[in-house]
Design a protein around this ligand. Sequence first.
Ligand code: SF4
Ligand code: SF4
Length: 283
Amino acid sequence: MTYAEKQRLMRDRAAALIEDGIVAYIIGWRETRFPDKTAVFFARDKDDAERLVWNEYAVPLTAKYMTGDRWPDGKIGVFARGCDSKAINRLISDNQIERENVYIIGLPCEGKSDDRCLTCRQKDPVAYDELLWEPDSASPTVAGRGRFFRTEEVEALGTQERFDYWEDVYSRCIRCYACRNICPVCTCRECYVDMHRTGFQGKRQDTAENRVFGVTRAFHVGDRCIECGECERACPMGLPILGQTQKIIKTVERLAGDYESGMSPDKENFLGKFDKDDKDAFM
Ligand code: SF4
Ligand code: SF4
């Protein structure tokens, strides 16, 4: 099927679901004034449904946009590729949304025109109420780059070079918090960096303060990160922060075996586990 044929299916299905009252609205994508960019869009009627688009630039994650509607008037319809569906699972397991409030229209993805898709492991939705088209068997199910290539490039550096690498990254961070705002697993209603007195994190934008923010953010998302790469895509300074989070996931893999957040809505926090019989001395 071509993009145009799939887009037609999306528009028709969105209009039907809204008109039949199965969903209150549907979250998808619309065009922007930039030909190579789309924006997340809330379709609320059949005229809106005609504005939905599906093309190689339908890159942004839809799932995070559900978190603003905790008590929806009807089900929230959401178009979901592999990454979106992992984010939805994660939001359910983090108690941010209720499964019964969501209607997931699965879209097997072709791979989009963005670096965030370089290490995609799940192009096809891992959770859905209906699939709009069948996965393309001719299309590879995973992207060509190794999952942890970003992390491994930094691991290959010497100790001083690694320190310099991260000092350079943190010196360029402008603390705009776009990485936090777009992240589907960053869902605290009030983030500690927005509080007046944190005691350990100031408001200054300098390398030391930025480092505290960057490391804290990475550990906060830690094993819950679904590796969607939205944080890197949103960063206006082009900072390589996904590799930092994947370093934590790579360590979890070493300790726990195969691990991928968002593959099911079950509680699956590796770092959040508590066991009274833990053999670690400090317990
Ligand atoms: S890749 Fe970035 S935006 Fe996506 S879940 Fe992980 S930390 Fe959040
Ligand atoms: S999006 Fe980039 S510049 Fe903004 S706070 Fe995050 S790392 Fe820093």
